[in-house]
Design a protein around this ligand. Structure first.
Ligand code: SAM
Ligand code: SF4
Length: 356
């Protein structure tokens, strides 16, 4: 084991304590000195799509009683904000199919108004955006990530198994006219959309959208061998450079993406390469599922139940103490691997359960 494998407390690393939590409490610093300031909350495991890399055709969803109510999700998120989370992303499943979801956005917007939260965002498949774009803006949301893997209606129907491209495009148009900044998330899939990524760069440029390309991650069984679909982004980037001038950007979000500026369009492309690149040393984020399970790392199974302290005490003290213990346990890094000899998921949970 090398020195860098040890938690910072044992290496004598001094954590950055320049920022304090929302109530003046110390910020959340994990055992490796990383400041956890970004929370992703999955508000449902359900979805109106069944994307081939994310879900199997026949999914068994969680019993409703296990899923946190919107009030509980608000309390949980607010506890993290008390502990210094500055950026909150609502995700799923498909967050915008959860009934009365705007209640949660409206309620959380108080933290933006008070200045204890910098950013409230959402990752969505876009199917409900035409309906909700303006309401999201009214709740203080300024940016949305919308997943879109192809501009071909037939291919879109095949990848999502039940989505309609025109509906998502209408949602994107609504987002644009409501003034939301849009980032398109595209999973690069060998033999499916690899010939289109070049055009997607041009299309995003024309629409004023940034683009984030993602390698398939081995999360959850989906009923097909992901090795067949795995397309390294190094290959994608090489191909894009034949048509576009890509300039490395210093832009960072503390997440796995590395960015380039596209000179011809003036927009940015992010590359998320969890399998071929290790990004864990700067990781600033944790995730909570819709049942209140806190995952300190997307690629590890270690998790902590927050629903019990949430449901069994009216005081937030047990909840905050559980969060603090969990953050101290955040692992050093992930173990993703797509390996033909093992050809199985690195973790058994789906991305839709943990929140992308
Ligand atoms: N339903 C919303 C959506 O599609 O944007 C939010 C949840 S979805 C799980 C979040 C992101 O995870 C999407 O951009 C999706 O493409 C991505 N995703 C899902 N499964 C994945 C996998 N196995 N590998 C890489 N990305 C995945
Ligand atoms: Fe649903 Fe998003 Fe998963 Fe597609 S990627 S099935 S839209 S949760």
């Amino acid at each position: 084991m090398s020195a860098s494998d040890l938690p910072s407390a044992r290496r004598g690393v001094t954590a950055d304590t320049s920022t304090v939590g929302g109530d003046g409490a110390p910020p959340m610093i994990d055992g490796y000195g990383r400041h956890v300031s970004y929370l992703r909350v999955s508000v449902t495991d359900r979805c109106d799509f069944r994307c081939v890399y994310c879900m199997s055709e026949q999914m068994t969803f969680l019993p409703r009683a296990d899923v946190l109510t919107l009030e509980e999700l608000d309390r949980l998120s607010s506890a993290f904000i008390r502990r210094g989370v500055r950026k909150l992303r609502i995700t799923g499943g498909e967050p915008l199919v959860r009934r009365n979801i705007m209640f949660l956005f409206q309620s959380l917007s108080r933290h933006l108004e008070s200045g204890t939260l910098d950013e409230l965002t959402v990752t969505t498949n876009g199917s409900q955006l035409a309906r909700y774009a303006q309401e999201l803006v009214d709740c203080g949301v300024r940016r949305v990530n919308v997943s879109l893997d192809t501009l071909d209606p037939q291919k879109f129907a095949a990848i999502t198994r039940r989505g309609v491209l025109a509906r998502v495009l209408a949602g994107l148009a609504a987002a644009r006219s409501a003034g939301l900044s849009v980032k398109i998330n595209t999973v690069a899939l060998r033999g499916v959309n690899e010939d289109e990524i070049d055009d997607l760069v041009g299309w995003c440029g024309g629409q004023g959208f940034d683009l984030c390309l993602i390698e398939t991650m081995p999360l959850g069984e989906v009923g097909e061998d992901r090795c067949d679909r795995y397309l390294p982004l190094s290959t994608v980037r090489r191909r894009l450079q034949q048509r576009w001038t890509l300039v490395d950007s210093l832009h960072r979000t503390g997440g796995p993406a590395r960015y380039v500026d596209v000179v011809e369009t003036g927009r940015r492309i992010g590359f998320i390469t969890p399998l071929s690149h290790n990004f864990c040393e700067s990781c600033n984020r944790v995730r909570v599922t819709c049942t209140g399970v806190l995952y300190m790392c997307l690629g590890q199974d270690d998790a902590v139940d927050l629903r019990t302290p949430l449901r069994h005490a009216t005081s937030d003290i047990p909840l905050l103490a559980t969060i603090d213990d969990a953050i101290a346990r955040k692992p050093k890094g992930h173990d993703f691997v797509i390996d033909r000899r093992r050809a199985q998921a690195a973790t058994i949970r789906h991305m839709s359960a943990t929140g992308g």
